[in-house]
Each structure stands twice: as C-alpha cells, then as structure tokens.
Design a protein around this ligand. Structure first.
Ligand SMILES: [Zn+2]
Length: 243
C-alpha cells in the first residue's frame, strides 16, 4: 500500500516513464509475474505447471537466491520465461538507505547477468513495492525501469488460499495488459494456477513475458491528470534478454 501512496502523479511527473503498472493490451496478453524466487522447494513444480499450460511469464528474482540455485534461473530461460531484478537481499529503501539500495539492485543485476551469460534488460520490481525518491532517482540514473502491477493475486496476504487467488484472478477481473503480482514460494499459488490459466485462456487471453512487449509507449501507466508517461523502448539490452 505504501508504494501506491508514494507513486502519485507528482512522482510520475518527476520520473516520466520510469514506473510501469500495466502491460501492452493490444497483444491480448496477461503478464503473470512471480516474485521472490528461485525457490528449490517450489520453483520446479511451478515451472512444470507453466510448461504444461504453455504459459510464458516473468520472474522477479532475488540475487542471493539465484546464487544458490543458478540452475533454476537457467531453466526459467530455457522454458522461455523472462528473468528480472528483485534486489540482491530483498531490502526496502528503509532497510538499505542511501547508496546501499541501488548497490543492492546492481548486485542482483550482476548475478543475473553472470548466470544468464549476457546483459539482461534492466527491469526492477521493488521489494514490498516500497520506493523512495532517492531510490527512484538512483534507478533512473542506472537505466532501470520499475515494474509494479495492475492486479495483486493476494497470494501473499495473511489468510489467503488457492480459492482466494482463483477468485482474484477470475476472468471477470482480468483484462488484457494486466501485470499480475504472484509469488513463487506459496503452495496455494501453484494450486490455483492451472485453473486460473485455463479459465483466462478460455476467454481468449494469452500469457507472455514483459520482454515480449513491443510497444512500451502504449503503456497506460497510471499517471493521473498528467497524462501518459513517456516510455522508451527497451533497446538493445532488452532485445537480447527475450531469449
Ligand atoms: Zn518480494
């Protein structure tokens, strides 16, 4: 909730194009995103479900965990998913004040690129959705795009369940272009997922990575009365990571 309060129109105006809430709608895709992995306990099952459902997604990974399970990161890529940055130690700006915050993000990027073996697009999801002005200017300086979400699956809420996740992601609630917040480390997420994907696919929606987006400029970023943010294409760094 804190992220929502901070990212008002003034912040959007101060950092045009930096923050993304929604994906491209025209392609008819939903952008499922999974935070906090890789998790040796849960990721293999999750990848198996996504393989069976032929759904491509984006994983916002924690650098420390990537170092412990690099083979899972490589498996994500081999399966056609995108991997992106969720910080090295999963710290908020309060936990890692000043320069430490951006150093943590850069360290995670470095770990990802070591494992992937090439540069990867600088997409970052802030842990806890928490951001401050100093963190935002550091991220902009280092060429990151901040990806939040348009739909929270509620899989990390206190008294949640597969039924609640399925309800949150029911076809009536999900639109093309939605960026959906999910997590890797909960059994109920994996339990709900096959039914969720099948129901959404039955309405004509597909599932793609954020790297597949062609038109970042068409993002309907929530910028209030200031109009649409200006979003630049990912460029060369982005293209290479799509693989
Ligand atoms: Zn997280």
């Amino acid at each position: 909730m804190r992220a929502r309060l901070l990212i008002g129109p003034l912040v959007q105006r101060a950092f045009p194009g930096l923050i993304v809430h929604r994906g491209e709608a025209a392609a008819g895709h939903v952008y499922l995103t999974f935070d906090d992995g890789p998790d040796p306990e849960r990721t293999p099952e999750l990848l198996e479900i996504l393989r069976r459902q032929r759904a491509q997604t984006t994983f916002f990974l924690i650098g420390q965990r990537c170092e412990r399970s690099p083979e899972l990161v490589r498996q994500m890529l081999a399966d056609g998913h995108m991997v992106a940055n969720h910080g090295y130690t999963h710290s908020s700006p309060r936990e890692a004040p000043g320069r430490r915050y951006i150093e943590d993000v850069l360290r995670c990027q470095n770990v990802l690129e070591q494992i992937v073996g090439t540069v990867t697009p600088r997409l970052f999801r802030p842990p806890f959705g928490a951001l401050g002005l100093r963190a935002l200017s550091g991220l902009r300086r280092e060429g990151f795009r901040v990806v939040l979400w348009s739909l929270d699956s509620h899989d990390s809420k206190r008294r949640t369940s597969a039924a609640i996740v399925a309800q949150r992601l029911a076809p009536a609630r999900v639109r093309a272009g939605d960026i959906v917040l999910l997590h890797e480390d909960y059994a109920w997420t994996a339990e709900a997922l096959p039914g969720v994907i099948e129901a959404l696919r039955a309405t004509g929606l597909g599932f793609a990575t954020l790297a597949s987006m062609q038109d970042w400029t068409g993002n309907r970023v929530n910028v209030g009365r200031w109009g649409r943010a200006r979003l630049e294409p990912l460029g060369e760094r982005g293209k290479r990571c799509a693989e």
